[in-house]
Design a protein around this ligand. Structure first.
Ligand code: RAT
Ligand code: ZN
Length: 423
């Protein structure tokens, strides 16, 4: 242990600690190679990532509709994004810069703009070794997946009962239960659970349906061994509420989390399908109600909640809420907040209000390769913010040690999450 006695050494130690810290990525949409084409990777997948296709339609050639676009082969779609977003508009958005950073860190000549050459390189990669390479370049120990038992394509792969992957941990994603009970009930019924499509408060049928839904979750938890239950919630989500989704939460999800000893991850603030034609890229953001989080945490002190919110407007109130509840852990700069200016502001604010007791970011990567840029960009910002905070602390008279600095960096990048999950 070394005491850092001068500001310049402190600054370089902080930056090195962040650069060297192992990252735990607590929310992604990646799958193991055994899930076949559900694991997306390569340059065409990056270029057609929904953040970029949504951007394309803000500048697309007139006459091109999302429906026409979807019918095109992937490489043609990628060509259009390349031409319009990169070549014509100069790749200035965060999503576009992400592709540039990733290709550059893979050692490819992105400066030369040789898309054909880059495609050739990708065609020579093998999925399993490429996955390991990406995790190494991003500096990750593991990533948490999103595993949805209401997605038929995913269910098939779990049925095969293949061994888990060392780099990917499961999370049981259960949006359908709260977002579309009739559809979820239909699927549970088809799988042998007695769930009625229509929920009627306090009825015998509803009580039986909820019991069966809990059995469904318990069976899935046994099958995939998730690290948490997860759901995204719309910006108009409130709690408590008499709406069916409130009853599902109180009677299915919370008791299941309790019985199974699993935390609940909530991502709150979407306005799904604002422009349905854009598919995954068509969702928007709305300011949500932090009181719902407060009520859930207060009512269920024995349950751990991992929470992130989509609207920038909610971040301060959410931080204050996290100061009040030891069972609430804040994570990530979600989706539209995952841009440098907002990551910087959120990380500063969270540090000031919570100390190093939150998870600064998650990648949300749907395309494997983008782990590299998402974490490279986040590390740069976390390094600046932490260096600044340690600098101020030094001026105030504290003399940090190198161990302390390394711990601080790791805490923001997964250490605080691990501690929260273990407590
Ligand atoms: O960030 C995204 O890619 C979004 O489309 C969603 O996946 C969101 O993160 C979610 O998990 O619902
Ligand atoms: Zn996500």
């Amino acid at each position: 242990m070394t005491v850092l006695n001068d500001p310049a050494t402190l600054d370089s130690t902080v930056r090195k600690a962040v650069a060297d810290a192992t990252v735990t990525d607590i929310h992604t949409h990646l799958f193991p190679p055994s899930h076949g084409n559900l694991l997306l990777w390569n340059v065409d997948e990056m270029l057609t990532y929904h953040y970029l296709t949504a951007e394309l339609f803000t500048m697309a050639p007139s006459g091109l509709t999302p429906a026409d676009f979807r019918k095109m082969p992937k490489c043609r779609q990628a060509d259009l994004v390349w031409e319009h977003v990169f070549l014509r508009r100069g790749a200035l958005s965060e999503a576009a810069r992400g592709v540039v950073t990733t290709l550059n860190k893979l050692g490819l000549d992105i400066g030369g703009r040789d898309l054909a050459g880059i495609r050739k390189w990708f065609a020579q990669q093998k999925t399993e070794s490429y996955l390991v390479k990406v995790f190494e370049l991003a500096g990750l120990d593991y990533a948490v997946m999103t595993n949805d038992p209401f997605q038929v394509a995913e269910v098939e792969h779990w049925r095969a009962g293949r061994p888990p992957h060392d780099l990917l941990k499961p999370a049981l994603r259960i949006d359908a239960l709260v977002a579309d009970w009739p559809a979820a009930a239909g699927m549970m019924t088809a799988a042998g659970y007695e769930t009625a499509a229509k929920l009627e408060a306090d009825s015998f049928d509803e009580a039986r349906s909820f019991k069966e839904a809990r059995r469904f979750l318990a069976d899935w938890a046994k099958k995939i061994k998730p690290v948490y239950l997860a759901m995204s919630l719309p910006s108009d989500f409130t709690y408590p509420t008499d709406q069916p989704r409130g009853r599902v939460l109180s009677n299915v999800i919370i008791p299941a989390a309790r019985e199974l000893g699993l935390p609940i991850a909530m991502m709150i603030g979407t306005r799904r399908r604002a422009n349905p034609a854009l598919g995954d890229g068509g969702d928007a953001v709305g300011v949500a109600d932090v009181l719902a989080v407060q009520n859930l945490c207060a009512e269920n002190p024995d349950i751990k909640f991992l929470v992130t919110m989509l609207s920038r407007v909610n971040q301060h109130e959410l931080c204050v809420c996290a100061r009040k509840f030891g069972n609430l852990h804040l994570f990530g700069c979600w989706w539209f907040c995952n841009t440098p200016s907002i990551i910087e502001e959120m990380t500063k604010m969270r540090l000031e209000l919570l100390g190093a007791n939150f998870t600064a970011n998650h990648s949300d990567a749907r395309v494997l390769d983008l782990l590299i840029s998402k974490w490279s960009h986040t590390r740069d910002i976390v390094a600046d913010v932490l260096a600044d905070k340690y600098g101020l602390l030094f001026q105030a008279g504290w003399r940090p040690t190198d161990d302390e600095v390394r711990r601080g960096a790791r805490n923001l990048l997964g250490g605080a999450y691990e501690e929260f999950m273990a407590k």
